[in-house]
Design a protein around this ligand. Structure first.
Ligand code: SF4
Length: 368
């Protein structure tokens, strides 16, 4: 496995919309930080032999990895280097939040080997930040972005949300203009989705407005020189997220930490760790695997996954996959509806249009 994901389970406070496994500071006991670092070391010793001698990509996600100071990270990763190593070509991404970094911590992460930062900004208008439960201000977000470049990072991604209640196209334009005034190389823009029982669910904009947001962002970022290379992801040429591309092209990856997912391409097996720091630490203390769900993919599941992954990428899929008259007819209809098109640069491939990306759930349901 040449790709490694590590899940850091702590956040300053739980954002109102978040369904990732993470603990806000109010739910963390003083001993939890040390317990996490010790358990992570144990998991590395248990699973590290699965890693290739050299890593292609590392991704520190969460949670908020930037809440773990660089010197603690050095200690946490010590057992890893017995199994694998990074090279100058390794893409090493760390997620960060504006309120949990400083110029000196950023320099520390860089010294450790981190060479790409993905910053959770989500919005810049103060009212939107507060309705989302983000702990940072607009000023803090812009200051943090400045500090990233000052610390020497030149591969920086930013996360933005659209479809937020009360968010306007003007808010999106302003956010994009401010964010792209920095030399960011990548931007992920996710449509805010919430379960029906969530108190904010009834405030979400209607489908037409959501579509308008997604198409507006597509246009604005293309105009700023970004490629729309995946449903929710935009990159400057040559700056696509390699770690995520490994997921989307079905390659193997090892996930460490509570709630982390792993996939073994050769065996067609995926598994997920327990989504509880305490259970995770307790299992590893007795040298047991923290995996709670192990699934061997059936050939039908692998086939569906092949389609799901290909359709989310700009490269699309080869025409020969339209192997039944029913599928060909559906692809024909999707092209008539302006949701799919022949790839303009790669012959014999079809891909989703910008509108197809924005309505990808509908396209996937129809085609698969
Ligand atoms: S900072 Fe990220 S991981 Fe943490 S609660 Fe907010 S959205 Fe979730």
């Amino acid at each position: 496995m040449k790709s490694l994901y590590v899940h850091f389970p702590f956040c300053e406070a739980k954002c109102h919309y978040c369904d990732f496994y993470s603990l806000g500071r109010d739910r963390v006991r003083p001993e939890d930080d040390a317990a996490f670092i010790a358990a992570l070391g144990d998991e590395i010793r248990l699973a590290g032999a699965r890693l290739a001698p050299e890593l292609d990509t590392i991704f520190f996600g969460g949670g908020t990895p930037s809440m773990t100071p660089p010197d603690e990270m050095v200690r946490a990763l010590e057992p890893l280097w017995r199994f694998t190593r990074v090279t100058p070509a390794t893409e090493w991404t760390m997620e960060a939040n504006p309120s949990s970094i400083s110029l000196s911590s950023l320099k520390g992460y860089r010294a450790l080997g981190v060479n790409r930062v993905s910053m959770g900004v989500q919005a810049l208008r103060p009212e939107l930040l507060s309705s989302l439960g983000r702990v940072h201000s607009r000023e803090a977000a812009l200051r943090a972005l400045g500090e990233l470049f000052e610390a020497g990072f030149d591969n920086v991604s930013v996360d933005l949300l659209c479809g937020v209640p009360e968010q306007s196209l003007k808010d999106l334009d302003e956010a994009i203009a401010l964010l792209t005034s920095f030399p960011i190389t990548h931007l992920s823009c996710y449509l805010l989705t919430l379960p029906p029982h969530h108190p904010m669910h009834k405030l979400l904009p209607d489908e037409e407005t959501q579509l308008e947001h997604l198409l507006h962002i597509d246009q604005a970022l293309r105009k700023s020189g970004f490629e729309h290379y995946e449903i929710s992801n935009f990159a400057k040429p040559g700056k696509r997220a390699r770690h995520n591309l490994n997921y989307w092209t079905g390659k193997s990856y090892l996930g460490l930490g509570p709630s982390a997912h792993s996939y073994d391409q050769q065996a067609g097996v995926r598994w997920k760790n327990v989504s509880s720091l305490r259970k995770y630490a307790a299992l590893l203390k007795e040298s047991s695997s923290p995996a709670e769900q192990v699934e061997k993919l059936t050939s039908e599941q692998r086939e569906i996954e092949r389609w799901l992954l290909a359709l989310r990428l700009e490269e699309g899929f080869p025409r020969e996959w339209l192997d039944t008259p029913a599928r060909s007819a559906k692809a024909e209809l999707l092209q008539k509806q302006g949701l799919m098109e022949p790839h303009p640069r790669i012959s014999e491939r079809l891909r989703l249009t910008s509108r197809g990306f924005a309505l990808s759930d509908q396209v996937l349901a129809s085609l698969i």
